[in-house]
Each structure stands twice: as C-alpha cells, then as structure tokens.
Write a protein that binds this ligand. Structure first.
Ligand code: NDP
Length: 246
C-alpha cells in the first residue's frame, strides 16, 4: 500500500517527459490517472495502457492547453469516467529561446496561454470537485527564480507568474485542507532539454551535483506532495535542480 489507493489524479501533458513519469508514478502509488496531451495520441495512449497493466484505471484525453474549453472538458471527463478528482498536476508546458528584440506579442500570448493561463483554467475547473485533502501541484522551473543566461525572458515570466498564483490559491483553499504547491525542476532529461544536447554541459557546470535529474526524480517529489505525509505543506516551492540556483 503506497497511499493513493482510491484517489484520482489528472496530469496535464502526460504523454511524454516528466508528465508521463508523474502519471506512471501516481498510478504505481495507487491512483487512477487521467492524462492530457496536445499532439501525441500514440504516446499518451501508451502511457495509459501501461497504467492499466498495473491494475489502475487510466484515460488519455486530447486537450490543448491553449484551449480553455478543452481543459474544462478534460476535467469533466475525468470526473465522469473515473468518478472523482483528488489530485491535479499542472505539468504541460513549452520552452523557447529568443532575445527580447525578437520576442513577438504572438509568442508572448502563446507562452502565457500554455504555461500560465491554462494552469489558472485547470485550477478553476477542478476546485468544485476537489475534496478535503485535495492536491494541486504545478510544475514551474528554477528559471522562475534566477535567470542565468539570455533569451528566456518569456519562459521565466510564464513560470514566475505561477508563484503568485500558487500562493494565492493556497490561501483560498487552505480552509478546505487542499494543498497547493509548486515544483521547480532544473535541468531534467526530456525531449525539452536532453542531457546530451549541445547546451547540456553549460547547465551541468552551474550545478552543485553536476548531473541532470531524470523525469522519475521529479515524479518522486510530486508523489510525495500528493501523499498524506505532505498534508501541511502548502503554498510552498520545492526546488529539484541539483543545486543549480544555490
Ligand atoms: P516535454 O517537452 O518533454 O513534454 C511536454 C509535455 O507537455 C508533453 O506531454 C506535451 O504533449 C505537453 N504539451 C506541450 N504543449 C502542450 C499544449 N499546448 N497543450 C497540452 N499539452 C502540451 O517537456 P518536459 O517533460 O521537459 O516538461 C514538463 C514541464 O516541466 C513543463 O512545464 C516544463 O516547462 C517544465 N520544466 C522542464 C525542465 C526540463 O529541463 N526539462 C526544467 C524545468 C521545468 P504532446 O506530447 O502532445 O506534445
């Protein structure tokens, strides 16, 4: 018994990378899991199938973070098909690099829509369903705190906004004993930031422990926040970045 038996989780961006690892880990800990994706139906279906193989229920739902109605529909479908909703993990996100001179208003709107607005939309949609003891966990970035290289103003802004949102919602939902927390990963080996890319050594040089995290490392932290042990951790920011920002 790992502690999430009888609970239902919704993980956004669960088709690949950290989201897939989080979905698998929450299922291994006992939860039934719905996961969303934008463009990878086969990968999302494969994660859901793996979860079903370990005896949990799973749903893969197409819901682009740009589309508020699609996110709301994903929440509704999760509750309808899995019967309840205890844990929301806002994981889906995009990354881009450009100097401020080249950043367009369209790029700003897209980054904010996917990384920030969708988190607000998902939180609003789940709150009516979350029971006492519910969990909202959002994957931010250590770039929300420090920006050690050029070209990431948009991304850093999209993630920094999540800090205020998380703390505010933690206050609002505290009376219901719902916890609301941020995880700030640093360099994590996924399609977004492969550990063997041309930019990887520069990232490793900043770290106290000079190694990328794996998606499973981040999933472990998310699973702990979802667990009963973390019931008094709220409004918090948990950093997992190999000591890059210290
Ligand atoms: P990946 O690019 O490997 O995976 C991204 C996931 O998000 C995929 O499941 C993808 O779905 C989904 N996604 C992307 N765009 C959308 C969209 N418009 N609507 C719905 N889902 C979407 O990224 P990571 O796993 O690396 O990143 C996960 C989170 O961690 C992100 O929020 C990222 O900003 C954050 N992060 C990552 C770090 C890293 O070093 N990797 C460091 C710090 C934070 P699909 O397969 O359909 O495209």
């Amino acid at each position: 018994m790992s502690g999430l038996q009888g609970k239902v989780a919704l993980v956004t961006g669960g088709s690949r990378g950290m989201g897939a690892a989080i979905a698998r880990r929450l299922a291994a800990d006992g939860a039934d899991v719905a996961l969303t994706y934008a463009r990878s139906p086969e990968k999302a279906t494969s994660v859901a199938a793996d979860i079903q193989k370990i005896g949990r229920r799973a749903l893969a739902i197409q819901a682009d973070n740009r589309d508020a109605a699609a996110i709301e529909a994903a929440v509704a479908k999760t509750v309808e098909e899995l019967g309840r909703l205890d844990i929301l993990v806002n994981n889906a996100g995009i990354f881009s690099v450009a100097p401020i001179e080249d950043v367009t208003l369209e790029a700003y709107d897209e980054m904010m829509a996917i990384n920030t607005r969708a988190v607000f939309v998902a939180i609003k949609a789940v709150v009516p369903h979350l029971p006492e003891g519910g969990r909202i966990i959002t994957i931010s970035s250590n770039l929300a705190e420090q920006v050690p290289f050029a070209g990431v103003s948009l991304y850093a802004a999209s993630k920094a906004a999540l800090t205020g949102l998380t703390k505010g919602v933690a206050r609002d939902l505290g009376p219901k004993r719902i916890t609301v927390n941020l995880v700030q990963p640093g360099s994590t080996d996924t399609d977004m930031n492969p550990a063997d890319s041309d930019h990887a050594d520069a990232q490793r040089e900043r770290m106290a422990i000079q190694s990328y995290s794996t998606p499973q490392d981040v999933a472990g932290l998310v699973a702990w926040l979802a667990s009963e042990e973390a019931r008094f951790v709220t409004g918090a920011t948990l950093v997992i970045d190999s000591g890059a920002n210290i």
